[in-house]
Design a binder for this molecule. Sequence first.
Ligand code: FAD
Ligand code: UDP
Length: 400
Amino acid sequence: RIARQLQDGLFARQVARISSARPANRARHYDVLVVGAGFAGAVMAERIASGSGKSVLVIDKRPHIAGNAYDHHDDAGILVHKYGPHIFHTNSRDILDYLSRFTGWRPYEHRVLAYVDGQLVPMPINRTTLNALYGMNLETEEEAAAYLQSVAIDVGEVRNSRDTVVSQVGQDLYAKFFEGYTRKQWGVDPRELDKSVAARVPARTNTDDRYFTDAHQCMPDKGYTRMFRKMLNHPQIDVLTGQGYDDLPETISWEHLVWTGPIDEYFHHRLGHLPYRSLRFEHETLPQEQVQPVATVNYPDYDVPHTRITEFKHLTGQQAEVTSIMREYPADEGDPYYPVPNPAAQDMYRRYAALARDCPEVTFVGRLATYRYYNMDQIVGQALATWRRLDARWRLESLS
Ligand code: FAD
Ligand code: UDP
């Protein structure tokens, strides 16, 4: 197989790297190289070191650990999330228990308001939203359900994100809350996106105004970066930040590679570029204690260039006389933040996944490496399951 890959010029560099890992007399030899210090990379590194007893080097091209969950104190001393608001929520006790080895938690339930028709109303759409927008007085879940049923459109089979929404709440609420936001966020009409995208925020008939309904909702009490530092603080783990995979010194070698970056980048885009959606983040500190009533306000109007504004003190509970906010501007160019859930992209990903299956010396894990629109807890779950499989394989190999 390696000989076959060597014939392929596009693979030559990577194979050279992997085979250069074989000689043991190199300056620094690791059992495992982990590319990416986000949730996928940090969980893999921690498990491989603590659970499998192997040496690990973690690299990240960014100047810090924690991937997109990175938080830090800004110039005003406010704890902010550099790459967009990250709220932890999960239904899995196991995932919460695993992370609790590295952090304490602050209870926090996320609330979002949307700015629609000059008012701030709860999002996801709930009974309060309906009453506020349409001047109604729906008092029970049954009344709200009957209203939604009266405006819902029968689309037959639900095939895309527009169908998801109009079949639940009809055209007017779709236009007010979803159409503009989704066109901004993804740069395409909701008809071109998988039905699962809009299904992340289903409408409700009760007055629950929490963004998530998971059993466990909380924030790391000293922030995400502190939690990652504890995960990676192990005698068998070295971490190099500001270090891309492409310019790793030849003196560093390894037996197995864990890749958490974009899967098409690993294969030098040989099957084409997978689409990713990016964001530009605009941070600002304001000389007042609080600017908005909840952590996040969404702006679904297409003519407003940002999608949402987050005020971080709501998430962290920090007390201060000033406050820091962030506006999110969706973009085509920039760091890849979101895999794009549409059929063409999924088809290209499946072909990359087939190439990945032919590389047993590389493990692909994480949001970009498996091209899945996953939340943090799902990535932790995916990494834990991936490690269990890898560990079982290593145990079998060590017997033979
Ligand atoms: P990442 O965090 O992206 O880590 C991958 C790392 O690999 C990066 O640090 C990158 O620099 C590094 N890397 C890539 N290529 C290379 C290379 N060639 N060499 C060296 N390093 C490389 N999830 C939630 O549960 N709740 C939320 O509220 C939430 N909010 C979000 C808001 C935004 C704006 C975004 C974009 C995501 C949000 N998420 C949220 C999702 C969450 O960020 C991801 O699930 C999680 O961070 C994925 O972890 P990961 O390790 O797979 O990827
Ligand atoms: N969405 C929307 N209006 C909103 C909130 C969400 O149209 O006010 C749609 C949009 O397509 C978005 C998707 O629902 O990309 C998922 O929303 P979520 O808040 O889960 O996105 P994320 O936090 O992952 O960016």
